[in-house]
Design a protein around this ligand. Sequence first.
Ligand code: OOG
Ligand code: NI
Length: 461
Amino acid sequence: MPYSNLVQDDFIRSLFANAMSAMYREEVPLYGTLLEIVDAVNSEVLEAKPAMTFELARHDELARLSQEYHGAIRLGRPDELAMMRRLFAVMGMYPVGYYDLTMAGVPVHATAFRPLRPGKLNKNPFRIFTSLLRPELIDDADIRDEIDRRLAARRIFPEATISLIEKFEHEGGLDESEARLFVASALEIFRWHSEVNVDVALYNRLHNAHRLVADIVCFNGPHINHLTPRTLDIDAAQRKMLARGMQAKDLIEGPPARAHPILLRQTSFKALDEPVRFVDGNKTQSGTHTARFGEIEQRGMALTPKGRQLYDELLAEAREEPKAYDARLSSAFERFPDDLCTLRREGLGYFEYRLSSTAEINGYEPDDVESLVAAGLVDAFPITYEDFLPVSAAGIFQSNLGDQGPKSYSAAAAQLAFEAILGTPVADPFELYAERQQQSIEQVRRKLSQARRMALGRADA
Ligand code: OOG
Ligand code: NI
Protein backbone atom coordinates (compact mmCIF):
# COMPACT_ATOMS: atom_id res chain seq x y z
CA MET A 1 0.00 0.00 0.00
CA PRO A 2 1.35 3.47 -0.83
CA TYR A 3 2.25 5.69 2.08
CA SER A 4 -0.79 7.70 3.03
CA ASN A 5 -0.72 11.08 4.69
CA LEU A 6 -4.49 11.50 4.73
CA VAL A 7 -5.92 12.63 8.06
CA GLN A 8 -8.84 10.95 9.81
CA ASP A 9 -12.30 12.42 9.38
CA ASP A 10 -12.40 12.69 13.20
CA PHE A 11 -9.51 15.11 13.04
CA ILE A 12 -11.30 17.31 10.50
CA ARG A 13 -14.54 17.19 12.51
CA SER A 14 -12.81 18.26 15.74
CA LEU A 15 -10.98 21.04 13.96
CA PHE A 16 -14.22 22.24 12.43
CA ALA A 17 -16.29 21.98 15.63
CA ASN A 18 -13.71 23.99 17.54
CA ALA A 19 -13.43 26.61 14.81
CA MET A 20 -17.21 26.92 14.68
CA SER A 21 -17.42 27.32 18.44
CA ALA A 22 -14.70 29.99 18.44
CA MET A 23 -16.44 31.87 15.64
CA TYR A 24 -19.81 31.77 17.38
CA ARG A 25 -18.27 32.87 20.67
CA GLU A 26 -16.90 35.89 18.90
CA GLU A 27 -20.13 36.63 17.05
CA VAL A 28 -22.48 36.00 19.99
CA PRO A 29 -20.66 36.76 23.26
CA LEU A 30 -23.57 35.39 25.29
CA TYR A 31 -22.71 31.97 23.89
CA GLY A 32 -19.33 32.34 25.62
CA THR A 33 -21.16 32.97 28.88
CA LEU A 34 -23.20 29.85 28.27
CA LEU A 35 -20.02 27.82 27.78
CA GLU A 36 -18.65 29.16 31.08
CA ILE A 37 -21.84 28.21 32.89
CA VAL A 38 -21.89 24.72 31.41
CA ASP A 39 -18.20 24.16 32.22
CA ALA A 40 -18.73 25.27 35.80
CA VAL A 41 -21.80 23.08 36.27
CA ASN A 42 -20.12 20.07 34.68
CA SER A 43 -17.07 20.40 36.95
CA GLU A 44 -19.34 20.69 39.98
CA VAL A 45 -21.32 17.61 39.00
CA LEU A 46 -18.21 15.56 38.26
CA GLU A 47 -16.77 16.51 41.62
CA ALA A 48 -19.98 15.87 43.55
CA LYS A 49 -20.76 12.56 41.82
CA PRO A 50 -17.66 10.39 41.50
CA ALA A 51 -19.81 7.42 40.50
CA MET A 52 -21.13 9.35 37.51
CA THR A 53 -17.62 10.45 36.58
CA PHE A 54 -16.46 6.87 36.77
CA GLU A 55 -19.32 5.67 34.55
CA LEU A 56 -18.74 8.41 31.96
CA ALA A 57 -15.03 7.62 31.86
CA ARG A 58 -15.63 3.90 31.64
CA HIS A 59 -17.85 4.38 28.63
CA ASP A 60 -15.45 6.80 26.95
CA GLU A 61 -17.83 9.72 27.24
CA LEU A 62 -15.88 11.87 29.66
CA ALA A 63 -13.26 13.26 27.31
CA ARG A 64 -15.72 14.34 24.67
CA LEU A 65 -17.85 16.35 27.08
CA SER A 66 -15.82 19.56 27.07
CA GLN A 67 -16.00 19.81 23.29
CA GLU A 68 -19.49 18.51 22.69
CA TYR A 69 -21.94 20.79 20.94
CA HIS A 70 -24.58 20.67 18.27
CA GLY A 71 -25.59 23.50 16.00
CA ALA A 72 -28.34 24.24 13.52
CA ILE A 73 -28.60 25.72 10.05
CA ARG A 74 -31.46 26.33 7.64
CA LEU A 75 -31.05 25.89 3.90
CA GLY A 76 -33.12 27.28 1.07
CA ARG A 77 -32.40 25.27 -2.09
CA PRO A 78 -32.42 21.51 -2.67
CA ASP A 79 -28.95 21.59 -4.25
CA GLU A 80 -27.66 23.36 -1.12
CA LEU A 81 -28.78 20.36 0.92
CA ALA A 82 -27.16 17.94 -1.52
CA MET A 83 -23.83 19.80 -1.34
CA MET A 84 -24.10 20.10 2.44
CA ARG A 85 -24.31 16.30 2.67
CA ARG A 86 -21.07 16.01 0.71
CA LEU A 87 -19.45 18.68 2.86
CA PHE A 88 -20.31 16.96 6.14
CA ALA A 89 -19.15 13.59 4.80
CA VAL A 90 -15.61 15.04 4.69
CA MET A 91 -15.84 15.30 8.50
CA GLY A 92 -17.41 11.88 8.99
CA MET A 93 -20.92 13.25 9.56
CA TYR A 94 -23.88 11.53 7.91
CA PRO A 95 -27.61 12.20 7.86
CA VAL A 96 -29.47 10.51 10.69
CA GLY A 97 -33.21 10.79 11.24
CA TYR A 98 -35.93 12.69 9.43
CA TYR A 99 -37.70 15.52 11.22
CA ASP A 100 -40.90 16.94 9.82
CA LEU A 101 -41.34 20.36 11.37
CA THR A 102 -44.51 21.15 9.43
CA MET A 103 -46.47 19.66 12.28
CA ALA A 104 -45.36 22.65 14.30
CA GLY A 105 -46.39 25.00 11.53
CA VAL A 106 -42.79 25.53 10.41
CA PRO A 107 -42.37 25.06 6.64
CA VAL A 108 -39.16 23.01 6.78
CA HIS A 109 -38.05 19.42 7.08
CA ALA A 110 -34.72 18.32 8.43
CA THR A 111 -32.09 15.76 9.26
CA ALA A 112 -29.12 15.79 11.62
CA PHE A 113 -25.60 15.24 10.30
CA ARG A 114 -23.55 13.37 12.88
CA PRO A 115 -21.01 10.57 13.28
CA LEU A 116 -22.64 7.15 13.26
CA ARG A 117 -20.54 4.82 15.43
CA PRO A 118 -19.73 5.00 19.14
CA GLY A 119 -15.96 5.25 18.60
CA LYS A 120 -16.47 8.18 16.27
CA LEU A 121 -19.07 9.85 18.49
CA ASN A 122 -16.77 9.59 21.47
CA LYS A 123 -13.90 11.22 19.59
CA ASN A 124 -16.13 14.19 18.82
CA PRO A 125 -19.92 13.99 18.59
CA PHE A 126 -20.44 17.23 16.63
CA ARG A 127 -23.91 17.35 15.12
CA ILE A 128 -25.60 19.85 12.82
CA PHE A 129 -29.38 19.93 12.67
CA THR A 130 -30.02 20.89 9.06
CA SER A 131 -33.38 22.12 7.82
CA LEU A 132 -34.54 22.69 4.27
CA LEU A 133 -37.21 25.23 3.39
CA ARG A 134 -40.33 23.90 1.67
CA PRO A 135 -41.55 26.87 -0.36
CA GLU A 136 -44.37 24.74 -1.77
CA LEU A 137 -46.03 25.08 1.61
CA ILE A 138 -46.28 28.84 1.34
CA ASP A 139 -49.78 29.76 0.19
CA ASP A 140 -49.03 33.04 -1.55
CA ALA A 141 -47.80 32.45 -5.14
CA ASP A 142 -46.11 35.88 -5.35
CA ILE A 143 -44.12 35.10 -2.22
CA ARG A 144 -43.14 31.73 -3.67
CA ASP A 145 -41.83 33.49 -6.78
CA GLU A 146 -39.81 35.93 -4.69
CA ILE A 147 -38.37 33.04 -2.70
CA ASP A 148 -37.31 31.24 -5.88
CA ARG A 149 -35.83 34.35 -7.40
CA ARG A 150 -33.83 35.31 -4.31
CA LEU A 151 -32.55 31.82 -3.61
CA ALA A 152 -31.58 31.17 -7.23
CA ALA A 153 -29.25 34.17 -7.11
CA ARG A 154 -27.08 33.03 -4.22
CA ARG A 155 -23.99 30.82 -4.03
CA ILE A 156 -23.32 29.73 -0.47
CA PHE A 157 -20.35 27.39 -1.08
CA PRO A 158 -16.94 28.95 -1.81
CA GLU A 159 -15.14 27.47 -4.82
CA ALA A 160 -12.25 26.40 -2.58
CA THR A 161 -14.61 24.34 -0.42
CA ILE A 162 -16.19 22.65 -3.41
CA SER A 163 -12.86 21.65 -4.92
CA LEU A 164 -11.65 20.22 -1.61
CA ILE A 165 -14.90 18.24 -1.30
CA GLU A 166 -14.27 16.86 -4.79
CA LYS A 167 -10.69 16.08 -3.93
CA PHE A 168 -11.83 14.23 -0.81
CA GLU A 169 -14.30 12.22 -2.86
CA HIS A 170 -11.74 11.27 -5.52
CA GLU A 171 -8.88 10.48 -3.20
CA GLY A 172 -10.75 9.20 -0.17
CA GLY A 173 -9.37 11.83 2.15
CA LEU A 174 -7.44 15.06 2.62
CA ASP A 175 -3.95 15.65 3.96
CA GLU A 176 -3.47 17.92 6.92
CA SER A 177 -2.91 21.17 5.09
CA GLU A 178 -5.88 20.50 2.82
CA ALA A 179 -7.96 19.69 5.89
CA ARG A 180 -7.04 23.02 7.43
CA LEU A 181 -7.89 24.86 4.23
CA PHE A 182 -11.15 22.98 4.04
CA VAL A 183 -12.12 23.94 7.59
CA ALA A 184 -11.18 27.59 7.09
CA SER A 185 -13.13 27.92 3.84
CA ALA A 186 -16.14 25.88 4.98
CA LEU A 187 -16.44 27.95 8.14
CA GLU A 188 -17.23 31.01 6.01
CA ILE A 189 -20.46 29.39 4.88
CA PHE A 190 -21.84 29.55 8.40
CA ARG A 191 -20.75 33.06 9.27
CA TRP A 192 -23.24 35.79 10.09
CA HIS A 193 -24.00 38.36 7.37
CA SER A 194 -25.24 41.69 8.61
CA GLU A 195 -26.40 42.57 5.13
CA VAL A 196 -29.95 41.67 4.21
CA ASN A 197 -30.16 41.32 0.45
CA VAL A 198 -33.69 42.69 0.01
CA ASP A 199 -35.42 45.94 0.87
CA VAL A 200 -37.41 46.39 4.04
CA ALA A 201 -40.77 46.00 2.31
CA LEU A 202 -39.90 42.61 0.82
CA TYR A 203 -38.23 41.49 4.04
CA ASN A 204 -41.47 42.25 5.86
CA ARG A 205 -43.56 40.35 3.31
CA LEU A 206 -41.30 37.30 3.56
CA HIS A 207 -41.27 37.65 7.31
CA ASN A 208 -45.05 37.71 7.42
CA ALA A 209 -45.24 34.53 5.35
CA HIS A 210 -43.10 32.96 8.09
CA ARG A 211 -40.28 34.40 10.17
CA LEU A 212 -38.15 31.48 9.06
CA VAL A 213 -38.67 32.32 5.39
CA ALA A 214 -37.08 35.72 5.94
CA ASP A 215 -34.25 34.16 7.91
CA ILE A 216 -33.46 31.73 5.12
CA VAL A 217 -34.13 33.76 2.01
CA CYS A 218 -32.80 37.24 2.82
CA PHE A 219 -29.20 36.30 3.58
CA ASN A 220 -26.30 35.15 1.47
CA GLY A 221 -25.56 32.19 3.68
CA PRO A 222 -27.03 29.76 6.21
CA HIS A 223 -25.60 31.41 9.34
CA ILE A 224 -25.27 29.03 12.23
CA ASN A 225 -28.28 29.97 14.37
CA HIS A 226 -27.20 28.41 17.66
CA LEU A 227 -24.59 26.15 19.22
CA THR A 228 -25.49 23.96 22.14
CA PRO A 229 -23.04 22.63 24.72
CA ARG A 230 -23.97 19.54 26.74
CA THR A 231 -24.47 19.92 30.46
CA LEU A 232 -24.66 17.19 33.06
CA ASP A 233 -27.29 19.09 35.06
CA ILE A 234 -29.60 21.31 33.07
CA ASP A 235 -31.61 22.47 36.10
CA ALA A 236 -28.47 23.81 37.75
CA ALA A 237 -27.31 25.39 34.48
CA GLN A 238 -30.72 27.01 33.98
CA ARG A 239 -30.56 28.52 37.48
CA LYS A 240 -27.14 29.96 36.71
CA MET A 241 -28.39 31.41 33.42
CA LEU A 242 -31.16 33.23 35.27
CA ALA A 243 -28.80 34.32 38.05
CA ARG A 244 -26.55 35.93 35.44
CA GLY A 245 -29.48 37.82 34.05
CA MET A 246 -29.82 35.86 30.83
CA GLN A 247 -33.22 35.82 29.17
CA ALA A 248 -33.56 32.08 29.59
CA LYS A 249 -36.77 30.39 28.61
CA ASP A 250 -38.69 29.47 31.74
CA LEU A 251 -39.48 26.01 30.46
CA ILE A 252 -37.08 23.14 29.98
CA GLU A 253 -38.14 21.20 26.87
CA GLY A 254 -38.40 17.44 26.96
CA PRO A 255 -38.85 15.01 29.83
CA PRO A 256 -38.81 16.10 33.49
CA ALA A 257 -35.78 15.67 35.76
CA ARG A 258 -35.24 12.01 36.67
CA ALA A 259 -32.81 9.75 38.48
CA HIS A 260 -32.01 8.18 35.11
CA PRO A 261 -32.32 10.82 32.40
CA ILE A 262 -33.95 9.86 29.11
CA LEU A 263 -33.59 11.40 25.65
CA LEU A 264 -32.90 15.10 25.69
CA ARG A 265 -33.73 18.09 27.90
CA GLN A 266 -33.04 21.53 26.44
CA THR A 267 -33.42 25.18 27.22
CA SER A 268 -32.24 28.34 25.52
CA PHE A 269 -31.91 32.05 25.80
CA LYS A 270 -34.18 34.08 23.60
CA ALA A 271 -33.04 34.97 20.10
CA LEU A 272 -31.25 38.31 19.89
CA ASP A 273 -32.43 41.36 17.95
CA GLU A 274 -29.35 42.07 15.88
CA PRO A 275 -28.62 45.12 13.79
CA VAL A 276 -28.68 44.54 10.01
CA ARG A 277 -28.57 46.66 6.87
CA PHE A 278 -31.20 46.20 4.21
CA VAL A 279 -29.44 46.67 0.92
CA ASP A 280 -31.36 47.27 -2.28
CA GLY A 281 -29.26 48.49 -5.18
CA ASN A 282 -27.45 51.47 -3.70
CA LYS A 283 -30.16 52.22 -1.15
CA THR A 284 -29.49 50.95 2.37
CA GLN A 285 -31.58 51.14 5.48
CA SER A 286 -30.86 49.86 8.95
CA GLY A 287 -33.02 47.59 11.04
CA THR A 288 -32.86 44.39 13.06
CA HIS A 289 -33.17 40.67 12.47
CA THR A 290 -33.94 38.08 15.12
CA ALA A 291 -32.64 34.58 14.63
CA ARG A 292 -29.61 33.63 16.65
CA PHE A 293 -29.79 32.23 20.13
CA GLY A 294 -27.96 29.99 22.58
CA GLU A 295 -29.09 26.68 23.90
CA ILE A 296 -27.94 24.05 26.40
CA GLU A 297 -28.91 20.41 26.63
CA GLN A 298 -28.66 17.42 28.91
CA ARG A 299 -28.56 14.02 27.26
CA GLY A 300 -30.05 10.86 28.67
CA MET A 301 -30.59 7.32 27.47
CA ALA A 302 -31.84 6.42 24.00
CA LEU A 303 -35.34 4.93 24.03
CA THR A 304 -36.62 2.00 21.99
CA PRO A 305 -39.73 2.54 19.83
CA LYS A 306 -41.76 1.25 22.79
CA GLY A 307 -40.09 3.70 25.17
CA ARG A 308 -40.44 6.52 22.70
CA GLN A 309 -44.13 5.84 22.30
CA LEU A 310 -44.64 6.00 26.04
CA TYR A 311 -42.61 9.22 26.13
CA ASP A 312 -44.72 10.80 23.38
CA GLU A 313 -47.94 9.77 25.10
CA LEU A 314 -46.94 11.19 28.46
CA LEU A 315 -45.65 14.40 26.93
CA ALA A 316 -48.88 14.85 24.98
CA GLU A 317 -50.82 14.31 28.17
CA ALA A 318 -48.83 16.98 29.99
CA ARG A 319 -49.27 19.36 27.07
CA GLU A 320 -53.04 19.08 26.94
CA GLU A 321 -53.18 22.17 29.10
CA PRO A 322 -50.55 24.86 29.36
CA LYS A 323 -51.44 25.62 32.99
CA ALA A 324 -49.06 24.31 35.67
CA TYR A 325 -47.07 22.56 32.98
CA ASP A 326 -44.18 21.50 35.23
CA ALA A 327 -46.48 19.81 37.71
CA ARG A 328 -48.47 18.11 34.94
CA LEU A 329 -45.27 16.90 33.34
CA SER A 330 -43.90 15.38 36.54
CA SER A 331 -47.17 13.72 37.33
CA ALA A 332 -47.57 12.29 33.81
CA PHE A 333 -44.02 10.90 33.93
CA GLU A 334 -44.65 9.02 37.14
CA ARG A 335 -45.74 6.30 34.72
CA PHE A 336 -42.31 6.15 33.10
CA PRO A 337 -40.17 3.70 35.14
CA ASP A 338 -37.07 5.30 36.59
CA ASP A 339 -34.86 2.39 37.60
CA LEU A 340 -32.40 0.85 35.19
CA CYS A 341 -33.56 -2.69 35.78
CA THR A 342 -37.17 -2.01 34.80
CA LEU A 343 -36.22 0.24 31.91
CA ARG A 344 -34.08 -2.54 30.52
CA ARG A 345 -36.30 -5.50 31.27
CA GLU A 346 -39.38 -3.79 29.83
CA GLY A 347 -37.44 -2.88 26.69
CA LEU A 348 -37.94 0.87 27.11
CA GLY A 349 -34.32 1.90 26.65
CA TYR A 350 -31.25 0.70 24.72
CA PHE A 351 -28.39 -0.76 26.72
CA GLU A 352 -24.85 -1.75 26.05
CA TYR A 353 -23.63 -4.97 27.68
CA ARG A 354 -20.15 -5.73 28.93
CA LEU A 355 -18.66 -8.74 30.58
CA SER A 356 -17.33 -7.61 33.95
CA SER A 357 -15.95 -10.90 35.20
CA THR A 358 -15.35 -14.39 33.91
CA ALA A 359 -14.48 -15.70 37.36
CA GLU A 360 -17.67 -17.63 38.02
CA ILE A 361 -19.23 -18.26 34.68
CA ASN A 362 -19.65 -21.96 35.25
CA GLY A 363 -23.28 -22.92 35.24
CA TYR A 364 -24.33 -20.06 32.90
CA GLU A 365 -25.20 -20.49 29.26
CA PRO A 366 -23.48 -17.87 27.08
CA ASP A 367 -26.91 -17.10 25.63
CA ASP A 368 -28.48 -16.37 28.96
CA VAL A 369 -27.43 -12.74 29.23
CA GLU A 370 -30.31 -12.00 31.59
CA SER A 371 -29.09 -14.41 34.29
CA LEU A 372 -25.54 -13.18 33.85
CA VAL A 373 -26.71 -9.60 34.46
CA ALA A 374 -28.66 -10.75 37.53
CA ALA A 375 -25.52 -12.50 38.81
CA GLY A 376 -23.48 -9.34 38.32
CA LEU A 377 -21.17 -10.93 35.77
CA VAL A 378 -22.43 -8.75 32.94
CA ASP A 379 -22.91 -4.96 33.23
CA ALA A 380 -25.69 -3.23 31.36
CA PHE A 381 -25.47 0.51 30.95
CA PRO A 382 -27.76 2.89 29.08
CA ILE A 383 -26.74 4.08 25.62
CA THR A 384 -26.72 7.88 25.29
CA TYR A 385 -29.28 9.47 22.97
CA GLU A 386 -27.35 11.14 20.16
CA ASP A 387 -30.27 12.60 18.22
CA PHE A 388 -32.96 15.26 18.47
CA LEU A 389 -36.61 15.54 19.43
CA PRO A 390 -38.97 16.98 16.85
CA VAL A 391 -41.39 18.13 19.52
CA SER A 392 -38.66 19.87 21.49
CA ALA A 393 -37.24 21.21 18.28
CA ALA A 394 -40.67 22.51 17.35
CA GLY A 395 -40.96 24.10 20.79
CA ILE A 396 -37.66 25.82 20.21
CA PHE A 397 -38.66 26.98 16.75
CA GLN A 398 -41.87 28.40 18.20
CA SER A 399 -40.29 30.13 21.15
CA ASN A 400 -37.55 31.72 19.14
CA LEU A 401 -39.51 32.70 16.14
CA GLY A 402 -42.43 34.33 17.87
CA ASP A 403 -45.86 32.95 18.51
CA GLN A 404 -47.69 33.27 15.28
CA GLY A 405 -49.80 30.27 16.06
CA PRO A 406 -49.35 27.07 14.09
CA LYS A 407 -50.60 27.14 10.53
CA SER A 408 -51.66 23.76 9.39
CA TYR A 409 -49.62 22.39 6.55
CA SER A 410 -50.37 19.13 4.87
CA ALA A 411 -49.05 16.39 7.11
CA ALA A 412 -48.03 14.23 4.15
CA ALA A 413 -44.71 12.56 4.77
CA ALA A 414 -42.12 14.15 2.55
CA GLN A 415 -39.25 11.97 3.67
CA LEU A 416 -38.81 10.31 0.29
CA ALA A 417 -38.61 13.66 -1.47
CA PHE A 418 -36.14 14.84 1.14
CA GLU A 419 -33.96 11.76 0.67
CA ALA A 420 -34.07 12.11 -3.11
CA ILE A 421 -32.73 15.66 -2.73
CA LEU A 422 -30.12 14.51 -0.25
CA GLY A 423 -29.04 11.77 -2.63
CA THR A 424 -29.16 9.09 0.07
CA PRO A 425 -31.61 7.72 2.62
CA VAL A 426 -31.22 9.02 6.17
CA ALA A 427 -30.07 6.47 8.74
CA ASP A 428 -32.76 5.29 11.15
CA PRO A 429 -31.65 6.25 14.67
CA PHE A 430 -33.50 3.30 16.25
CA GLU A 431 -31.59 0.93 13.99
CA LEU A 432 -28.27 2.45 15.00
CA TYR A 433 -29.00 2.03 18.73
CA ALA A 434 -30.42 -1.48 18.29
CA GLU A 435 -27.36 -2.50 16.31
CA ARG A 436 -25.06 -1.18 19.02
CA GLN A 437 -26.99 -3.06 21.70
CA GLN A 438 -26.97 -6.26 19.66
CA GLN A 439 -23.27 -6.06 18.90
CA SER A 440 -22.49 -5.66 22.59
CA ILE A 441 -24.54 -8.77 23.40
CA GLU A 442 -22.74 -10.75 20.73
CA GLN A 443 -19.41 -9.64 22.08
CA VAL A 444 -20.38 -10.76 25.59
CA ARG A 445 -21.34 -14.16 24.18
CA ARG A 446 -18.10 -14.51 22.25
CA LYS A 447 -16.03 -13.65 25.32
CA LEU A 448 -18.01 -16.07 27.45
CA SER A 449 -17.58 -18.95 25.04
CA GLN A 450 -13.90 -18.18 24.84
CA ALA A 451 -13.54 -18.09 28.63
CA ARG A 452 -15.40 -21.36 28.85
CA ARG A 453 -13.20 -23.09 26.30
CA MET A 454 -10.17 -21.96 28.22
CA ALA A 455 -11.65 -23.19 31.50
CA LEU A 456 -12.46 -26.57 29.92
CA GLY A 457 -8.93 -26.73 28.50
CA ARG A 458 -7.49 -26.22 31.95
CA ALA A 459 -9.82 -28.87 33.42
CA ASP A 460 -8.72 -31.41 30.77
CA ALA A 461 -5.04 -30.78 31.36
C1 OOG B 1 -33.26 24.05 14.59
C2 OOG B 1 -33.90 23.64 15.86
C3 OOG B 1 -33.56 22.19 16.19
C4 OOG B 1 -32.68 21.22 18.40
O1 OOG B 1 -31.85 21.30 19.32
O2 OOG B 1 -33.67 20.48 18.49
C5 OOG B 1 -32.46 22.03 17.18
C6 OOG B 1 -33.45 25.49 14.18
O3 OOG B 1 -33.94 26.33 14.96
O4 OOG B 1 -33.08 25.78 13.03
O5 OOG B 1 -31.40 22.55 17.07
NI1 NI C 1 -30.61 22.90 19.06
